[in-house]
Structure formats: C-alpha cells, structure tokens
Design a protein. Sequence first.
Length: 490
Amino acid sequence: MAAHHAEAPILDALARYGNADELGFTPPGHKQARGADPRARAVLGDAVFFGDVLANGGLDDRLTRGGILARAEDLMADAVHADHTFFSTCGSSLSVKAAMLTVTRPHHTLLVGRDAHKSVIAGLILSGVEPVWVEPRWDASRHLAHPPSAAAYDRAFTEHPHADGALVTSPTPYGAAADLAGIAEVCHRRGRPLIVDEAWGAHLPFHDDLPSWAMDAGADICVTSIHKMGSGLEQGSVFHLRGDLVDPAELASRADLLGTTSPNVLLYAGIDAWRRQMVEHGQELMGRALDLAERTRAAVEAVDGFHVNDAKDFCGPGLAADFDPLPVVMDISDLGTSGYRAADWLRAHHHIDTHLFDHRRVSAQLTHADDERTTARLLTALRDLADHADELRDPPHVAVPSPADLRMEQALLPRDAYFARHAKVPVSEAAGRIAAEMITPYPPGIPVALPGERLTDPVLKYLTTAVEAGVFLPDAADGRLNTVRVVADD
C-alpha cells in the first residue's frame, strides 16, 4: 500500500475546518447546527451539520487553492487503476448521463443494452441521442435478463457502423456480470469508447474472487455508486476514465453542466473514506464478506421452499459471463408466493428490508458491513417466512411475456416522444399507441416501456398484472396504470 493512501484529504480538511473555529457568513443557513431545529439535531446529531460546509469558500478556499477535492479524486483513480476520477454528489444517475453526453451527441447513435437503468433512458431523453438497442441474454425459464454478449454488440456495430460508442450495465442488480473485456475489444477494434454502468460494482476492484471490474477489463468510462455496495452515503457516486478515446476535459464539462453547484461535502467525505478503507483493508473485508455470503447461501438453500441462485444458474452459454455472490437472490417459487408478498411480510414481521423483489424472487444484498449477527437475523426471518408460507399463497398472477413479446417497436426517439403533446388514455385503449412516458417497475429500475415505443397488449397486460401483484411504478403518471400517457394523435 502506497503511504499516501493513508490520507483522506476531504475528511482531514473537515477536521481542520472544525478545529480552526471557522465562522461562515455563507450558506448553509443552519450555520454549523446553530440554526437547526433542535428536534432535527436530536435525530440527526450535530456531526451531520458540522460536516455540512461549502466546498469552495469553506472546505477549501474560494479558488480551491488547497486542491482538496482534486487530491481525493487522484487518490481514488490511483486506487482503482483509472487515469482520472470524478466525484459526484448526484448519484450515478447523473454520472451516467455525463458519460453518455461526452461519448455521443444529439442526433447521433449509441449502442445501449436494453436492460439499462432508467437513468440511461433519461440521458437519451435529455440528449436527443438515438439508441440502438442491444438485446440482453434472456433466461426464458427464469424470466430474467443478463447483460448482452460481446457478439451482440459486434452485430449492432456491424449494422450501425457510425454509432459513437456503446453502453453496457454490469453487474446487474441480480449479480450477473458481462464479458466486459470482450465488449471492450469489440468497441476498440472500431475506435469507439465503452461506457460501463457499474453502479452495483463499487467493491469489485478490491478482491480477486469478484468479477473483473470495468477499468481492468478495458472500459473507457465506468460509473460506480459508492453507496450501493460500498461505505459511501446515498447519492455518492464516482465516474472513472481511462485511455485516450474520451477527453477528460469534455467529461468534466458535461458533469459540470448537469451537476449541482452546491455539492454536499458529506457525500464527498464518504467517498474519500471508502477509498482509504478499501485500499487499507479491502482484501480482508471483501474476503470476509465472500466467506459470509457462501455460508449464508448454503443456510438459505437448506430452508424448505428456497433456492438460492448461484453461478450455475446465471452463468454459461447464452447467459451471464460471471457472477457476484454478494446479492443473495432467492427463488421462492416453491413457497407458492411472490417476492412482493414476501418482502412485505419480512418488513412487517421481522423489520427486514430486502434489496430486490419480483414475481418469484426476493434478494438480500450482503456487503462487507454484514456479519454473523445480521445474517443470523436474516436466516431466522426467512425460516419464519417458510413456516408461514400458507398465509401468503396464491398471489395475483403476473403475466410475464416471452422475451420476444417484451420487445416493442421504437417508433419515435425517446426525446421526441417524451416532449411531444401527449394524452392520457385508458390502459385498455393504449395498445398500438406510442408511449410518452417511462413505465418502470422499481426496483431494479429497468423500464419495461420507454417513450417512443409502440405499446402492445402483452406488455400492457404484464404491467397491469404486476401492479395488481404489488409492483411499484414510480415514474408512470398514473401509478395504478388505469391510464397511460401516450403521444397525442394530431
């Protein structure tokens, strides 16, 4: 370990700020907790307010002559073998948009895996870029999508040779990883950059038994959520750059275009601390987490009605290229209930919040923060769930379409459809109309319907039955899906 990684420039600067008794006549208006509601201070603690200072003119001087943020970003880049790293306090939802807007531009094309997160679709809407959809590798028997193959990206580039680059999501929230080295080779053979949405992969660089992470696999830009699998605070994100296909000044400019001018230093501090923690202890922490996951998976597998999806389920010909075992994805089909009901029951009866849930699965995300105590509580709750499965049987049926029926015609660009004059129509009359909104089951946040897609009966039936079964649609204008927002007929 290089000695300089013992530093945490942002945390150190916060300590200096407090010790110097700086007095700010600037935002934030609570003025180091003095003006905060005492009831908020009682719940949040004063440390939250003490750490909430201006980035410029507070943590650093007005001209950033201390180079505090730049130093922290350089240390992160060094830790993960990137050429440049940028911190974001607006989550990976912003970071991935900045990456997209750097690689491509309005009226150009970008290859995008159709299993992309809704933030990617938002990037398409904002930019006016035309997506060339690359199909995921579908497991039709499990009704699950894995990242697209390198061959699929190769075919897409052959059919669209003028595409500016490619974007792939890996790992998925279910832990399935793409052949990133193969996809990077496909892109670089054509002199095109690869963006990897690696929001669920902050931990990957820090243990050899985890899937290869994007920079080591040859990606050009990698977007990572430090708060998902790392120790950062919610919204803490970084994006890394490597190679000479993308101008770092352009990437910084796009991030500045989209980002806030009032970044939360607490989020920066969380990212900075995570880097130091992983460089110093990552191998040990991740190794312990992997051992714990292996034992937990075996214990869950022994519970009647549970099957824990593993590499043998998710990887192989036509499936994912690699697998992260920390998301413990449990198929509960044999319990005769749904992931939605199971998640609600676990929260109501055991105060256990699960990571993902769908019509047949529920997932418990393990990280380096878990231990025998937390997993023992999880196992107790799961065994109790199995004992009470009779109370949860016969959930509403979700009419999951075949992979072919999930795909709809992209009749308009996402931007054009989203900003077009729209109308609300009953869902029973929406088939054949062009969607003017995203409709996204959450989690994991992968849109089923996009602006510009021509809606079909199988997809609408899937969405309406999913709502009845308990799915949450955060972005639909009508969350119950009695009506759908469509492009108005002229």
